[in-house]
Write a protein that binds this ligand. Structure first.
Ligand code: MN
Length: 242
């Protein structure tokens, strides 16, 4: 039994080698697995299911054929692609999971999150997140022509890059209390998330001295990154781009 987890691929037409690497991963590695979980930021940006672009279509087709081979494929929105919705999920054979989903992972309860809501020290981001997750904001945005949406998206992206450059590293990481709260809320000793691009298996003890783990997935920039959960347990692996 192998269950695979990926996140933070940030697929974009400007980095075709990463898209190619992911498509190879889907056809070779993932097709041998029982399940694949994509925990957000599959795409660098998403302006709506009606405008997936060539990269979105290629990935959608590959995911659909993977699902057709019997691999259970699930997707959770990230902070970049939170506008991916039912239409794209259905077209790609993906089960759309809400943030904070608990799954049975080979007998253990595991909490899955993208991870951005754990970064509670980044107040500016959390404020922005609340606004863009309002239904009214999304409805207004999605009603705009594709050109206008692309324009707004590019502006937001450059502003976010500039803001992140000036934020201290601590602010960009998860808040330990937010991690504990989320795990207690769901009564789990295992949390798997992405977003911070700091792949690691953190082991710690909960307040009631139970062994707990927080596994952080890696990004797909200089390499591909996957968490493979086999009968031997969890392993973070890197995949060469070429
Ligand atoms: Mn993210």
């Amino acid at each position: 039994m192998t269950t695979l987890f990926v996140s933070d691929l940030h697929l974009h037409a400007s980095r075709p080698a990463v898209t190619d690497c992911f498509l190879r991963f889907l056809s070779q590695t993932a097709s041998q697995a029982e399940a694949l979980y994509i925990l957000g930021d599959l795409f660098e940006s998403w302006i709506g299911d009606d405008a997936p672009g060539p990269t979105g279509i290629a990935v959608s087709n590959a995911l659909r054929s993977l699902a057709g081979r019997g691999v259970a494929c699930s997707f959770m929105q990230g902070n970049r692609d939170f506008l991916i919705s039912r239409h794209f999920a259905a077209r790609s054979g993906l089960t759309l999971l809400p943030d904070e989903t608990v799954i049975d992972l080979q007998g253990e309860r595991a909490l899955l999150m993208h991870g951005d809501t754990l970064c509670t020290d980044d107040h500016a981001y959390q404020r922005y997140r609340r606004i863009v997750h309002w239904r009214a904001t999304q409805a207004l945005y999605l009603a705009l022509p594709v050109r206008a949406r692309n324009h707004i998206e590019a502006q937001l992206r450059s502003r976010s890059a500039a803001a992140n450059d000036s934020k201290p590293a601590m602010v960009m990481d998860v808040n330990p209390q937010a991690v504990t709260d989320a795990m207690e809320r769901h009564g789990v000793a295992l949390l798997i998330h992405g977003h911070t691009h700091r792949p690691a298996i953190h082991r710690f003890a909960t307040a009631d001295r139970k062994a707990a783990r927080r596994i952080v997935l890696g990004d797909w920039y200089a390499q591909g990154s996957v968490l493979a959960w086999t009968d031997a347990g969890p392993e973070l692996r890197q995949i060469a781009l070429h």
